[in-house]
Design a protein around this ligand. Structure first.
Ligand SMILES: CC(C)(COP(=O)(O)OP(=O)(O)OC[C@H]1O[C@@H](n2cnc3c(N)ncnc32)[C@H](O)[C@@H]1OP(=O)(O)O)[C@@H](O)C(=O)NCCC(=O)NCCS
Length: 162
């Protein structure tokens, strides 16, 4: 395995590989926590054409690439909300999630000077990881369209580069 990881913005044509990564990590780590309706809702959300159309509107995406393989992805909505964050199983706990977040926060702060917080709807399995990355729960766990999540917020320090 080539261990060098490159972080870059998504390019047109990446969407199929992003779908493949997210659907396989989702099936292994997240799907068992959702209701059937939530699984369907999530799989619809990550279809390649939907990733592309959101990126053309109010979302941006960074990927982590090892060789020709996409091993991590983050999608940000409105420069203030994490709508996807996934790392390939072999690459988890190696700093990929944190670096994708750091790069994204840099972009968000450029887009929104004075940005005070980033939010996420964390799946229950990922709450500890988000806490380690500086997020705190901002409410109790809830279920919407079959998707279970804990709303979480990361307050950004003034002048913190992310
Ligand atoms: C959540 C996820 C994206 C984190 O990515 P990652 O690359 O493994 O995270 P990092 O290696 O950058 O770790 C960041 C911090 O979280 C901690 N962490 C990561 N996974 C963790 C876990 N499962 N449990 C507890 N802590 C965890 C790390 O130890 C690290 O803490 P540290 O800086 O104090 O050492 C990844 O585990 C994943 O893809 N999970 C399955 C999909 C998922 O649930 N995504 C979130 C949907 S909202």
């Amino acid at each position: 395995m080539d261990d060098k990881i490159v972080y870059r913005q998504m390019k047109p044509g990446d969407e199929g590989r992003i779908y493949a990564l997210v659907s396989s990590v989702f099936s292994e780590f997240v799907a068992s926590e959702y209701l059937p309706e939530g699984i369907e809702e999530f799989i619809n959300y990550i279809q390649p054409e939907d990733i592309a159309s959101r990126a053309a509107e109010n979302h941006f995406v960074f990927v982590a690439e090892s060789g020709s393989e996409i091993v991590g992805v983050i999608e940000i909505r409105n420069s203030n909300h994490i709508s996807l964050l996934f790392a390939e199983k072999r690459f988890q706990r190696r700093g990929v999630g944190k670096e994708l977040l750091r790069k994204s926060v840099e972009v968000c702060r450029r887009e929104v000077p004075g940005l005070e917080r980033i939010t996420v709807h964390s799946s229950p399995n990922a709450v500890l990881a988000y806490e380690k990355m500086g997020f705190e729960p901002s409410g109790s766990e809830r279920t919407f369209h079959g998707i279970r999540f804990v709303p979480m917020t990361c307050r950004l320090e003034k002048g913190d580069s992310g």
